[in-house]
Design a protein around this ligand. Structure first.
Ligand SMILES: NC(=O)c1ccc[n+]([C@@H]2O[C@H](COP(=O)([O-])OP(=O)(O)OC[C@H]3O[C@@H](n4cnc5c(N)ncnc54)[C@H](OP(=O)(O)O)[C@@H]3O)[C@@H](O)[C@H]2O)c1
Length: 259
């Protein structure tokens, strides 16, 4: 059965893949709650979506690394117009090896990519199970599948997201609530500039566009599939990763590390 969610809350909706999620959902007539820190960007996007698609769009500015920001978004998941789809998309990374990162930078990644994501997923799942209907799309990364020297903390947070989602998918089977994890490869957004991550060495074949990635994730959660991997190059990479022994993957990561 294919689901057509009538309302969605999207985190990280002020740029990149989050904007693509919002545009695609609005085009399908879905009511939206847009979450990020940059209120002006959310307001401009909301205005554009209302004008183009005649849908209700709420703007909820929040810093998900702060208790008050996380509380505000959690509260919206349980009050007001019920949210049928949660898109847990906001995340950050940081430049530097593990030893170079400051404790604050590590904490900020854990807080946003792990603590906020699991709190929102838990709040949404509880409300959705009670209604016997809903979807949760947790944005992970191809980095969750392998060792990632140079972005060790980020990759570990994404491994958490993939592992959590696969467990929840099985646990929630039969409840009417679907949980999907989306594993993008390199995608052209503000992510690498915002997080000072070096990507100039990458060949053009490595790159995906945000609309392709968002479509793959939304299609998968609507169809009740547990995992979405956009792009033929990354589908092949994921299949190879599954076939190779873990020790071989570690050797490859070591040989091709850029730090
Ligand atoms: N781009 C890639 O190559 C790639 C690859 C694999 C996975 N991903 C994943 O895809 C997702 C979307 O990333 P993207 O590429 O679209 O990156 P992006 O353009 O940098 O967007 C990140 C979004 O997260 C929001 N955000 C950052 N810190 C926040 C905070 N403290 N509280 C609330 N919102 C916050 C940002 O908005 P504000 O700054 O306005 O708060 C922005 O809307 C992430 O989960 C990322 O890990 C991306």
């Amino acid at each position: 059965m294919r689901h057509s969610y009538r309302s969605a809350l999207v985190t990280g909706a002020s740029s990149g893949i989050g904007v693509s999620f919002a545009r695609r959902l609005a085009a399908g007539g879905c009511r939206l709650v847009l979450v990020a820190r940059r209120q002006e960007r959310l307001a401009a996007l909301a205005e554009d979506l209302r004008r183009r698609h005649d849908v209700d769009v709420e703007v909820l500015p929040a810093d998900l690394t702060t208790p008050s920001g996380l509380d505000a978004v959690t509260a919206r998941l349980t009050a007001g117009d019920p949210i049928e789809l949660l898109v847990n998309n906001a995340a950050r990374s940081a430049r530097g090896t593990f030893a170079e990162l400051s404790p604050e930078t590590i904490d900020a990644q854990l807080q946003l990519n792990v603590v906020a994501l699991i709190r929102l997923a838990h709040t949404a799942a509880t409300a959705m199970v009670a209604r016997d209907y809903g979807g949760i799309l947790n944005v992970s990364s191809m980095a969750s599948l392998t060792a990632s020297p140079g972005t060790a903390v980020y990759a570990a947070t994404k491994a958490f997201v993939t592992a959590l989602t696969e467990s929840l998918y099985a646990e929630l089977d039969g409840t009417g609530v679907h949980v999907t994890t989306l594993l993008p490869g390199f995608t052209r957004t503000e992510f690498h500039t915002a997080n000072d991550v070096e990507v100039s060495y990458l060949p053009s074949v490595a790159w995906l566009d945000a609309d392709t990635v968002a479509r793959a994730g939304l299609d998968a959660v609507a169809a009740g599939r547990p995992v979405a991997i956009p792009g033929p190059q990354y589908k092949l990479a994921a299949a190879t990763v599954r076939l190779l022994p873990r020790a071989a993957l570690r050797q490859l990561a070591h040989r091709y590390r850029r730090v």
